[in-house]
Write a protein that binds this ligand. Structure first.
Ligand code: SAH
Length: 464
């Protein structure tokens, strides 16, 4: 069994034998740890050449000689010559100098783990040299789960260490304090870029200032994207996994809801046209109330919360009530559906701008600036337009758009059920009327729609 350690190589002489791309990668990691690197090799690859020119490394342009190991704290052999690698390993081992031979675990006295850097936090994954690929795979998983601001968090905690030590002389009390602090909202404050607020909260906790410290309740207004769970952002996923309660819309798919922490309470707040499960005002107030109870409240919405999502209204009341909140953008239906349908929203030849509008009916008509929307060389994306598709296509033509202008309707975009119906302003309404359509749907109008036939790549079996 290996004994895991991290080695302090800052300003220490380290030797790399070999001058290829593999050697370059090892040089790079050593430089990240601020080691003093010497490379021995008859030749250098381009990236090592660049490192030499920038004086990041020392270089001996020749084959390895045993004396190279004098006054060295660590050696890595990365040549493609088995004999050289063996000589390096033998020489180093005889002198008890840690040596690693790339891809040759039996010659190594140490293994270089796959690492996740959140300086000063360092996470290492090692398979003991049995499968570097598996280690890298695990690393990728961890990378996505651990926010990049972990280093900042560690820095903040480090800055308070002495103060906490003098306040709690006993180790157990100290540990309790840190555990309590870290299970609250502190980390999330740092991750969402509010370090000063985090510092104040930590200070308040330390000073026993209950008024400031006890505000642990908070709201996450999170965009869940258009349907495909793969389009959820890392930040959204993290918040979904730490919420105590989730309020979600009809547009949030069950696959996405499955990503929410298992024991979080789930509340459906609806929105199915007139038949709202909860009125908007009631939702706004519920968010405030739940946060006041100290809960971590996840408000999960389809697409992006700030695009036809009334996200602004929901956080206005939170801001008024001084409740901590953060907003996480999501992939909006326009970009999700367009990309999954192979329709670029802008294109040098066809569209220099793109407009998002809502096609919701008000008393049987739609109140939009039709002459602006009918112009050429742009793409118009219509949310909530299924009911009004006929009115929309007719109005655009009445305001000067040609009947031949391409238009498409995308049903349940980005999901396995996605279908794309494409036609023109003259034909779309009829095409849609012939099919049994399921919400949600999005309409795209403009010459870019032509590209769908050439660029479609997703769910091709379901082409409408
Ligand atoms: N905030 C959301 C939009 C909410 S309005 C966003 O940024 O995407 C609801 C409308 O969004 C629906 O009526 C439909 O027009 C559109 N929509 C949302 N998800 C969709 C999907 N997967 N496929 C097609 N349209 C979608």
């Amino acid at each position: 069994m290996d004994f895991p350690i991290t080695l302090k190589v800052k300003d220490q002489p380290c030797l790399i034998v070999g001058g290829g791309e593999v050697a370059a990668r090892k040089v790079n990691s050593l430089l990240q740890s601020q080691a003093q690197v010497t490379v021995v090799s008859p030749e250098l690859c381009r990236s090592l050449q660049a490192a030499l020119e920038q004086q990041q490394i020392k270089y001996h342009a020749r084959s390895f000689a045993p004396e190279d190991i004098n006054n060295i704290v660590l050696v890595i052999a990365a040549t493609n010559d088995a004999q050289v690698n063996q000589l390096v390993a033998r020489t180093a081992t005889a002198r008890y100098i840690p040596v690693n031979v790339v891809d040759c675990p039996e010659l190594c006295t140490f293994i270089v783990p796959s690492i996740i850097r959140r300086d000063p936090v360092l996470i290492a994954v090692s398979t003991g040299g049995t499968s570097p690929v598996l280690a890298r795979l695990l690393r990728t998983r961890l990378e996505t789960m651990i926010p990049t601001a972990y280093g900042q968090l560690a820095g903040l905690l480090g800055a308070f260490r002495e103060q906490v030590k003098s306040r709690f002389s006993e180790t157990v009390a100290r540990r309790r304090f840190w555990e309590r602090v870290l299970s609250g909202s502190l980390a999330e404050l740092v991750f969402s870029g509010r370090e000063e607020q985090a510092r104040q909260a930590l200070q308040a906790e330390l000073d026993n200032n209950v008024a400031v410290a006890a505000r642990t309740g908070e709201v996450y207004l999170v965009g869940a994207g258009p349907g495909d769970p793969d389009l959820v952002t890392f930040r959204a996923l993290r918040l979904m996994q730490q919420a105590d309660i989730v309020l979600y819309d009809r547009l949030v798919s069950s696959e996405i809801l499955d990503l929410v922490r298992r024991d979080a309470e789930r509340v459906y707040v609806g929105k199915h046209r007139a038949n709202h499960a909860m009125q908007q005002g009631e939702i706004n107030q519920t968010l405030v109330d739940l946060a006041r109870e100290g809960k971590r409240v996840l408000r999960l919405k389809g697409g992006d919360p700030f695009i036809f999502g009334r996200g602004g209204e929901e956080i206005a009341l939170l801001a008024e009530n001084n409740i901590t909140f953060q907003v996480v953008p999501g992939v909006t239906a326009a970009s999700g559906c367009a990309t999954y349908a192979g329709i670029p929203l802008t294109h040098r030849d066809y569209a220099q701008s793109v407009i998002f509008v809502t096609g919701q009916l008000k008393d049987g008509s739609i109140d939009l600036n039709w002459s602006m929307l009918a112009q050429a060389q742009q793409t118009v994306v219509i949310y909530m337009g299924l009911k009004g598709v006929d009115i929309i296509c007719t109005a655009l033509q009445a305001h000067g758009a040609p009947a031949t202008r391409p238009a498409a309707l995308i049903e349940q975009g980005t999901t396995r059920k996605q279908r794309v119906f494409s036609g023109t302003l003259a034909s779309l309404a009829e095409i849609v009327a012939q099919a049994k359509i399921h919400a949600p749907t999005l309409i795209i109008v403009g010459d870019v729609v032509k590209l769908h036939h050439q660029l479609a790549w997703f769910n091709l079996d379901h082409r409408g």
